[in-house]
Design a protein around this ligand. Structure first.
Ligand SMILES: [Cu+2]
Length: 290
């Protein structure tokens, strides 16, 4: 194939790629296009999201800039230094090898250094803890669902008891949170490592048995969001999903009251408590199915 042919072929390829791209974009909903603009992140619903979202976008910009530079250098070298008719054999392969090695070693270290610096800064902001949250929820990740213990029940008859909700594999639980109130999450696991993840909060925390941990964030947007276990924890890992409903304070209080009315006062620490819940399959308490 001659040079002219390959040029024409490349042109046709580019044209069909552009047409496909236009059709692809036209077929996207507004939501999908918005998600594209966030480079895949869901719509943000917590006060930790802006700094994390910005970091995500900036890392892509940095990666693309480095990529374009490297691809550009490769392309330039290939074209400018290609072997021409009448050239002698290939040039000496070890020329400039020492400065090249030094460059290859120091530049990645510099890049990693900058990324590391920003990672620590963003991490500190995302993990910032006021130590004085409006609401406290003890989250237990158990094989194969979640337990939510609401500890701030000042408006209920017995404020010290708290109320709880235990999910099962058949009935996934829903976590209620009041909008624009800071929430303390105390996470723990009685069995294996799980991971508490609400993608819309841009926050994830591993739930490790014997190592309870704690974090704070403020849901900023009313709505229903997906929650999942982000740690491959065993056979029924995929059933460890839950919903998060961010609601008004009044609706939140109402939900706590309805849990109290259903007799779910006190706290539940995981699968051993699942049999308290109506409709829970006794087969699935304790160790869960095998
Ligand atoms: Cu899990």
């Amino acid at each position: 194939m001659g040079l002219k042919d390959s040029g024409a072929r490349r042109g046709r390829l580019l044209a069909s790629a552009a047409v496909l791209g236009v059709f692809g974009l036209a077929g996207c909903s507004a939501e999908t296009s918005a998600q594209w603009s966030r480079l895949g992140l869901p719509e943000a619903a917590s006060d930790r999201a802006p700094v994390m979202g910005e970091f995500w976008i900036n890392m892509w910009i940095a990666a693309m800039a480095i990529g374009i530079l490297v691809w550009g250098l490769i392309g330039w070298t290939v074209i400018a230094y290609r072997r021409r008719a009448g050239d002698p054999q290939a040039p000496r392969q070890t020329r400039m090898n020492l400065p090249m090695e030094i460059l290859y070693t120091t530049v990645p270290f510099l890049i990693i250094g900058v990324i590391f610096y920003w990672t620590i800064r963003v991490q500190n902001e995302v993990q910032h803890d006021s130590g004085n949250s409006d609401v406290v929820v003890d989250v237990v990740g158990q094989k194969w669902s979640w337990t939510f213990n609401y500890k701030d029940t000042a408006r209920l008859d017995d404020p010290t008891a708290g109320v709880y909700d235990v999910g099962t594999m058949e009935q996934t639980p829903t976590l209620y949170l009041p909008v624009n109130k800071s929430v303390r999450f105390n996470v723990s696991s009685p069995d294996v490592i799980h991971s508490f993840w609400v993608p819309a909060f841009y926050f994830k925390r591993d739930v490790i048995p014997g190592q309870p941990s704690s974090f704070e964030l403020t849901p900023t947007k009313e709505g229903t969001y997906a929650g999942k276990c982000a740690e491959l924890c065993g056979t029924y890992h995929s059933l460890m999903i839950f919903d998060v409903k961010v609601v008004s304070e009044a609706e939140y209080e109402q939900h706590l009251q309805s849990l109290a009315d259903a007799g779910r006062t006190g706290s539940a620490m995981g699968h051993a408590d699942q049999h308290d819940i109506e409709g829970a399959d006794p087969e699935h308490k304790e160790e869960g199915p095998r």
